[in-house]
Design a protein around this ligand. Sequence first.
Ligand code: ATP
Ligand code: MG
Length: 576
Amino acid sequence: MDLFFIVKKYIIIYLIILNQLLNINLYFMKKSNFISNQIYKDIKKLNIKILTRFPPEPNGFLHIGHIKSIWINFGIAKKFNGQCNLRFDDTNPSIEKDIYVKAIQEDIKWLGFKWNGQVKYASDYFEQIYDWSKYLIHNGKAYVDDLSYKEIHEYRGTLTKPGINSPYRNRSVKENIDLIERMRQGEFLEGNKVLRAKIDMSSPNINLRDPIIYRIRNIKHHKLGYKWKIYPSYDFAHGQSDAIEGITHSICTLEFEDHRPLYNWFLNNLPVPSKPRQIEFARLNIQYTITSKRKIKLLIDLKIVNSWDDPRLSTISGLRRRGYTPESLHKLCEMTGITRSNAIINIKMQYHAIRSNLEEKAPRAMCIIKPIKLIITNIDKKYEEILQIPIHPKKYMGIRNIPFNKELWIDIDDFMLDPPNKFYRLTLGNKVRLRNAYVITCNKVVFDKNGRVYNLLANVDFNTLGVNPKGYKIKGVIHWVSIKHGVFLEIRKYNNLFKIEDPEKEKNFLDYINYNSIEIIKAIGEPYLKNALPENCYQFERVGYFCADRYDHNKEKLVFNKTVNLKDSWNNYANI
Ligand code: ATP
Ligand code: MG
């Protein structure tokens, strides 16, 4: 009996502590942004388990804007110990494809997110959504309209002028049911009939002026083939799919704010199993970047870029190929925050996010972009030393072997015959340190027959490896590669694809393309770069961050994409 009471006492104490922990946890979840605050309130009031969803339309690859949406939907679910569904919004068969379905899944996984259960599709619910359209008809809340798309548009009115009722608005339930069934059978041509919700043609919200909820489309659906001849509109499928899945919070971008009354109208007028709450946030827009699948597709179709994963594009696969890491993209989302005011983000924030991540984790290597020969005069031709240098200066990532010998490449930009003040790199008679190696003194310049600098001759001071020289100070450091051992690299450097900061805003955005957005150059890298695998990122010391191309890089041909510069004039976070 005693034992029973002791066990009972401990169970009660355990439950009290657990309850407190859960509450504390909830308290920490609350802070930070308006979406979390709303969800926190809902959890307190309704004691619900959070379920969000990311609902891409499979009509292209995902871009940087979608990263924000993914980060918010998956991130918030995780924060509140909930889940996030992946649901393809596949209600428009003319532009949706299976290759996009696959690419989108791959991108989300690469970003490090895991969706709840199976991948879902709005088309999984077409039968139910169709039944609900009949439910509306039975309740006098939907009708088949014979007006053309053009007439429907004209009858809809404007912000200052109310709409006009369609002459077909008062068809009987029986006639409407008969017509929708025949529409489903494929008896009518596209555009001849639509199903509309019967709401209010004089509503100040144009979305409520009898929106089209079904249209005829006799084309192949990526998943269902020719099964359906009619398709629900986005508005008639989205909220209903949310409700079927039991989504608690349907988080979307601000342009859907005006659709929220319609979203709620459907939920309130249909026998749905749950009532999700829609919350809107501001889209992510970044300088010099297009964030619209349709426009990106146009760039590909016009061959302005090569493919969806062209490193000049801010698609997830383009950013990945360029060398962006999932961590850096998460960080960018964090830095730009969750707001309700539309702004355009300074691209320097994006650069900062990847630079700070690669600074921490990218192995170092030396690479010469514009080579000029440096001959060390006080060592023999056969002299060869292997310098063992840490792969990363701040944390242990192993050692790399760098051969040092008589003939080296250095970068022509690191030498000046007639230097200005404070030029601390190489000049005639000057001393610099060869990075990771010795101090040298340049004692002769050899010119070619056109009078251009051809070779540089220098002396090495062997007492300076890893230590400061005795009796003099060194201000400059330059990088170098042994001519005998260096490996050839193809370097692809990128500039912004647009010449203006906000191409999204321009109707004729194609007028602002920068046709010099890619430059391919040859370079020479230190030998251990031949072991680089596709997608390995490096800091080329004093030059920038580079990433071995995901597709074109191999043992025979070393191809690196420039990810970002080493430094930026990083002091103005404009627009935050
Ligand atoms: P696109 O014009 O690129 O096709 P979309 O909004 O039509 O954009 P969807 O596939 O429907 O693309 O988007 C899925 C989700 O991603 C939506 O909830 C949408 O609000 C969100 N989203 C799209 N673009 C952005 C953006 N720039 N910033 C934040 N979220 C975005
Ligand atoms: Mg869309």
